[in-house]
Design a protein around this ligand. Structure first.
Ligand SMILES: Nc1ncnc2c1ncn2[C@@H]1O[C@H](COP(=O)(O)OP(=O)(O)OP(=O)(O)O)[C@@H](O)[C@H]1O
Ligand SMILES: [Mg+2]
Length: 322
């Protein structure tokens, strides 16, 4: 559905996107992640023909972004970072206008708009002036706009930006549901959203792709030490005893109120020492109210990857200056 080859964008000599190549297959939901300024929006704009590339090539929905930009726009639903809406128009009126602009005939447009409004739960506000809508509803109008011509591919640039937690959850469900019928490329900073909806993640940093893998594999590749939380009422010397368990590399302790103490144990990767900790607590007669292992999340993998990128950059700077 997307084939990008060495796609590059330079703004006044500054490279925002640097020869990136990737593919998105039909039916995939792919998360596009990266820190602020990484080049995500720039890439999405080039793929949807709203910005011309400096170099490289791409085929989107089977059409070339240079030669067939009209076709690309017709077959792709794009929701930009800041949804440009006409504030004075009513929701239904605006969507009809957009549908006609995308080439739908008058009689098709009505049904298509009704369906898009239904999908995005907009039916109750269809007669409202856009300027009077809350941010969440405005985002939904942007999404309905992207959907209205029933595109094969949806390109969504931070669709949940600025939404409250309840709406983020709703939008996550909606995106999952849309994924049954559309291929989706979605950029977001909400990693839990990606973890739950995307089969694959592309991480971009300073215009370059740093990783492309499933969220699970990204976490697995991190190979960071495990960590275990223990909250207990203990006698003195507990910290040393916990530290002597094989596989435990470090013990951090913090005294809580009412005589409870929290311990965070660092362990070797892949070591599970919960049983040993439990056995020790029983033998010592400690009262335990929590024992939990903390597994790495996509957020950890993301931060870890970007940190290793920083380290590489520092290293090459040192090499260059030597
Ligand atoms: N029109 C422009 N003119 C000059 N530089 C630009 C322009 N648009 C973007 N840039 C620069 O290109 C780089 C990539 O920007 P881009 O908007 O693609 O990042 P992003 O990954 O979408 O970030 P964010 O997470 O903040 O949305 C940034 O350094 C930005 O300042
Ligand atoms: Mg952006």
């Amino acid at each position: 559905m997307i084939e990008a080859r060495e796609l590059t964008k330079r703004y006044a000599g500054r490279t925002a996107v640097d020869r990136i190549s990737f593919e998105v297959g039909k039916g995939e939901i792919v998360g596009f992640l990266g820190p602020n300024g990484a080049g995500k929006s720039t890439t999405l704009r080039m793929l949807t023909c709203f910005l011309s590339a400096t170099e490289g090539s791409a085929k989107v929905a089977g059409y070339d972004i240079y030669e067939q930009s009209v076709e690309v726009r017709r077959h792709v639903g794009y929701m930009p970072e800041n949804v440009p809406l006409y504030p004075d128009m009513r929701v239904r009126e605006y969507l009809l206008f957009r549908a006609r602009l995308k080439g739908l005939l008058h009689r098709e447009a009505g049904a298509a708009v009704a369906e898009a409004m239904d999908t995005c739960s907009l039916s109750q506000v269809s007669g409202k002036i856009i300027a009077t809508l809350s941010k969440g509803y405005r985002q939904r109008v942007g999404l309905a706009d992207a959907l209205v011509n029933k595109p094969d591919l949806l390109v969504l640039d931070e669709p949940t930006n600025g939404l409250d937690p309840g709406q983020i959850r709703q939008s996550r469900d909606l995106i999952r549901q849309l994924g049954e019928r559309h291929t989706i490329l979605i950029s977001t900073h909400i990693l839990s959203e990606v973890e739950m909806t995307c089969g694959r993640v592309i991480i971009i940093d300073r215009g370059r792709i740093r990783a492309s893998d499933s969220p699970r594999n990204l976490v697995r590749r991190l190979r960071r030490p495990g960590s275990l939380l223990l909250e207990a009422k203990v006698a003195s010397g507990a910290s040393e005893k916990l530290g002597r368990i094989s596989g435990v590399t470090e013990v951090a302790m913090s005294e809580d109120r009412d005589g409870w103490t929290s311990f965070t144990l660092s362990t070797d990767p892949q070591e599970d020492v919960r049983e040993e900790v439990h056995a020790l607590a029983v033998a010592e007669g400690w009262k335990v109210r929590e024992l939990a292992s903390r597994t790495a999340s996509l957020e950890d993998a993301f931060v870890g990857l970007l940190a290793s990128g920083e380290a590489e950059k520092a290293e090459s700077a040192i090499t260059a200056s030597a």
